[in-house]
Design a binder for this molecule. Structure first.
Ligand code: FES
Length: 103
């Protein structure tokens, strides 16, 4: 897929958990909530915690450091101005691919 980078297999991400992956020079968090996958930059906007080391509750990623929460759909945080950066992704044949950087 042109412009897309392989991130991981879906089954590498435990349901309700995150996984940190390095791809195309970026560190990303892949999060899984059942059949839903979300990809964000791995750096929490609060103080740099690893969102890939966090977990999912109520369709939100939870940062393991201070438990700020980021909506899986769009990265929105309840704290204004601190949303997580979402990476566009696709799932194909059990593989997660991300579009990182300019396309
Ligand atoms: S570093 Fe993520 S909530 Fe503080």
């Amino acid at each position: 897929m042109d412009g897309w980078t392989y991130l991981c297999r879906v089954d590498e991400v435990a349901d309700g958990r995150g996984l940190t992956v390095e791809a195309a020079g970026a560190r990303l968090a892949v999060l899984r909530d059942g059949d839903t996958i979300a990809v964000m930059f791995d750096r929490c906007p609060h103080a740099g915690g690893s969102l890939g080391s966090g977990w999912v509750e109520d369709r939100e990623a939870v940062c393991p450091l201070h438990r700020w929460r980021f909506r899986l759909r769009d990265g929105r945080c309840d704290v204004p101005g601190h949303s997580a950066h979402i990476v566009e992704h696709r799932v194909r044949s059990g593989e997660v691919w991300g579009r990182i950087g300019p396309s």
